[in-house]
Design a protein around this ligand. Structure first.
Ligand code: ADP
Length: 553
């Protein structure tokens, strides 16, 4: 508004770009001695952040020489390790786009993604060449491969192949990072495809910078220079939840498991290098507990473990707390949300280690500053933040995607808000709880049954190793739940144990929610990032491959 003829306007340097280059610069200069520690199976390789920038400059020089130009997508097909981190910085800081490929995708999805993005160069770990080889001929956009470490490069056919180390050694590192527009594309990632085909999301420098800052608040992970963060979540799974960028801003040392991803190997790494933070999906946490059931393990260095990507069973959290004094905490996010939308840090007035403390850590998250969230019912009305009313979660904010790469999906957006496809509740202190995905919730007689709630309760039963619940068609009720259970003693499978489990549930959920259909399986199928793959279970049911036991009322 005009006052004395003068309009009051910001005097700040508002056009100063928020870029990944400034993250890199900060990490290498202010926290130059912090380290990227790559596990080698029985010892670790240590590299400083100062050295990471030196190497990233050489890589940027080499990529320029290979013809990479601003805006070009450069793919990575790599483990979490030092070289992947160098690529994570070199590619966006030179103005190109780092496209992290999920190394566990089925061939048809992998080729679809590379061809969709039209990746120009691919950086591939030598140990993964046999995985890539079968699809190499179907990736016409790739002009050259860069191979990290050893490996039989003949598997890559007749396109130019460069060795990572030799390529960097040939450069002098005299490279100046260009000035970049903060809104330019920096990284791209496809959803993990739990409920459908993977879809591409493109992050900007600005969104990455702001997301990293937000995760560094004490309301979120809040890692510091004193921390050593075990990054179990792959760098191809939503930028390893933003850890590589947050680490350079905060000086947190990164622990990178490389190809040693079994729970037993992860425990070896934790014990040897004394990780203080660790982030993984619930199935990995469950695997670590199984290692602990077989041998004595030392998790005493970890001050906090975070879990996300899927709901965490309460029993798992309780066991970590009781057996190892390790507080786990849930976070929620999606590829589309960079990913963090909230971490369930209990409120200040709650006694640590109390039952209430655990109740809060079991929430999916507390809304992270910077993200706006609302819950919308079937009729499009916003539901109150009262902890009980349910609706689909919608979000908007500076690190939330506004569209998908290359496809038009108006149904995924609601007046500028991203429709997450997750259903949940929100309380009056900003704690939200995901009860299910819209595609997984079981619609029974006009009411909804949360498959996640049944799964988590079943996981707490002593007979059950793991359990997934899916909806199956029912003439009378539209759908009814089918519990697919992996027993600790598979030989017990039968009507008796199904009845025991049904009565175990009967005390905990409404009677009509208790499944009458049971099947005993060897393992719950998992997606490439370790989530329950309910598509596969529904397909197996559809093909009549599951032996169903039906309990009578
Ligand atoms: P995909 O949708 O293919 O699994 P993402 O890895 O992006 O790909 O997954 C995002 C989804 O993961 C969310 O929409 C939500 O359904 C689920 N999710 C993430 N965190 C949690 C959590 N803490 N509890 C329950 N579900 C979660």
């Amino acid at each position: 508004m005009a006052r004395n003829g003068k309009r009051i306007e910001s005097t700040m340097q508002d056009d100063f770009p928020l870029t990944i280059t400034s993250i890199l610069r900060h990490g290498s200069r202010v926290f130059g001695a912090s380290e990227c520690v790559t596990w080698q199976g029985d010892h670790a390789r240590h590299t400083t952040y100062r050295q990471i920038e030196v190497n990233a400059r050489q890589l940027a020089q080499a990529l320029t020489r290979l013809g990479v130009e601003p805006g070009d997508p450069v793919a990575t097909f790599c483990w979490n390790n030092q070289e992947h981190l160098e690529a994570y910085y070199a590619i966006p800081c030179m103005g190109a786009v780092v496209h992290t490929l999920n190394i566990r995708l089925p061939a048809h999805q992998l080729t679809h993604i590379v061809n969709d993005a039209e990746d120009k160069i691919m950086i591939v770990d030598g140990s993964l060449l046999p995985v890539l080889a079968p699809v190499v001929s179907e990736l016409p956009s790739i002009e050259a491969f860069i191979v990290i470490g050893d490996g039989d490069t003949a598997l890559l056919g007749d396109r130019p192949v460069h060795r990572y180390d030799a390529l960097l050694d040939a450069e002098d590192g005299a490279y100046t990072w260009p000035e970049l527009d903060e809104k330019s594309a920096a990284a791209m990632c496809y959803t993990s495809g739990t409920t459908g085909d993977p879809r591409g999301v493109v992050y900007s420098h600005r969104s990455t910078f702001l997301h990293a800052l937000a995760t560094l608040t004490n309301q979120c992970v809040g890692s510091t220079e004193a921390d050593r963060q075990l990054t179990i979540v792959p760098m191809f799974h939503v930028n390893a939840w933003g850890i590589p960028f947050a680490a350079f801003l905060s000086g947190t040392t990164m622990h990178m498991p490389d190809r040693y991803m079994t729970p037993a190997a992860l425990v070896d790494f934790i014990e040897a290098e004394r990780s203080t933070l660790a982030s993984a999906v619930p199935t990995i946490w469950g695997g670590i507990l199984q290692v602990g059931a077989q041998r004595e393990i030392d998790l005493s260095s970890i001050r906090m473990g975070t879990s996300g990507g899927a709901a965490m069973p309460r029993s798992l959290m309780e066991t970590f707390q009781k057996q190892y004094g390790l507080p786990l905490i849930q976070g929620w996010g999606m590829t589309e949300t960079s990913p963090v939308g909230g971490l369930a840090r209990p409120p200040a007035d709650v006694e640590p280690d109390s039952a209430e403390d655990l109740d809060y850590r079991m929430k999916s998250g507390r809304l992270l500053a910077g993200v706006q969230m609302r819950l919308v019912d079937d009729e499009g009305h916003e539901v109150p933040w009262d902890g009980t009313a349910t609706g689909e979660i919608e979000v908007r904010g500076p690190w939330i995607t506004g569209r998908y790469f290359g496809i038009d999906t108006p149904e995924k957006f609601d007046d500028g808000w991203l429709r997450t496809g997750d259903i949940g509740t929100m309380d009056d202190r900003g704690y939200f709880q995901i009860s299910d995905r819209l595609k997984d919730v079981i619609k029974s007689g006009g009411e909804w049954i949360s498959s996640v709630e049944l799964e988590n309760l079943l996981a707490g039963s002593p007979e059950v190793a793991e359990a997934a619940v899916v909806g199956i068609p029912d003439e009378k009720w539209t759908e009814r739940p089918l519990a697919c259970v992996v027993l600790r003693s598979p030989g017990d499978a039968g009507e008796d144990v199904a009845a025991t489990l049904a009565s175990f549930l009967a005390g905990k959920v409404a009677r009509w929610q208790v499944p009458e259909n049971w099947t005993f399986i060897e393992e719950v199928p998992k997606t490439t990032v370790g989530k329950f793959d309910k598509k596969v279970l529904r397909a197996r049911f559809g093909r009549g491959e599951l032996e169903i036991l039906r309990l009578r009322d």
